[in-house]
Design a protein around this ligand. Structure first.
Ligand code: ATP
Ligand code: MG
Length: 201
């Protein structure tokens, strides 16, 4: 059985918190591949200022180049319309019918999954793997997990891993303040941020 995961995110920028959960999933489930999926125009971030998709793609690409089990897909950023997770999962399920698909997310996404378009379909198309994240307590996560599993008749695997308190928002703000963020993300990504002068304004 081939097992793969899709890891969706804005990745603005990709950071060590993302890699932390990706490697946990990779080893825990013996995944053949993790496909990083930078979002095009994320529905839940409408109105917020996001970095050009090609720059976000470039940063994720730098990371996936360094690990043979990681891959990147431009499926969502190439879409003209809004990209919805259920459509992405449908696309990959259609491409590889015999692959067991997983979808990686942090606790914040589990908490608002009911607002995602066609959430029920998402659960027919993958096993959802949820990681805890600073700011969320285990009881609340477990409670939400049971509720959502019942509501959508789906499977959620919750992994309670050591927390890494890193977010892209915090990285962007820290760069803007002129402070060093090099220890929060891979060196290749840090170099691209410097080169392109991202997050300064
Ligand atoms: P932003 O602050 O811009 O929202 P972010 O750090 O949350 O950025 P995203 O690209 O929004 O990064 O997240 C992609 C996925 O990675 C989401 O499912 C999110 O929950 C998860 N994630 C991001 N950072 C962490 C972390 N430190 N620990 C666990 N999960 C994380
Ligand atoms: Mg986020």
């Amino acid at each position: 059985m081939i097992k793969k995961a899709i890891f969706g995110g804005t990745f603005d920028p990709i950071h060590n918190g993302h890699l932390h959960i990706a490697y946990e999933a990779l080893y825990k489930f013996n995944l053949n591949k993790i496909i990083f999926m930078p979002s095009g125009n994320p529905p839940h971030k409408l109105g917020k200022k996001i970095t050009n998709a090609s720059f976000r793609y470039e940063m994720v690409k730098a990371v996936t180049r360094e690990e043979k089990s990681f891959d990147i897909s431009s499926y969502e950023i190439n879409k003209i319309n809004l990209s919805y997770t259920y459509q992405t999962l449908q696309h990959f399920n259609d491409l590889e019918k015999d692959t067991e698909w997983h979808f990686l997310t942090g606790a914040d996404c589990l908490m608002d999954i009911e607002s995602w378009k066609n959430a029920d379909k998402i659960f027919q198309l993958c096993k959802m793997v949820v990681f805890n994240r600073p700011g969320y307590n285990i009881e609340n996560i477990e409670e939400q997990k049971s509720k959502v599993e019942k509501k959508y008749n789906g499977e959620i695997i919750f992994l309670d891993i050591p927390l890494l308190d890193i977010s892209s928002t915090n990285i962007r703000n820290t760069v803007r303040e002129g402070k060093n963020v090099s220890y929060l993300l891979p060196e290749s990504v840090y170099n691209i941020i410097k080169q392109l002068n991202l997050y300064k304004y």
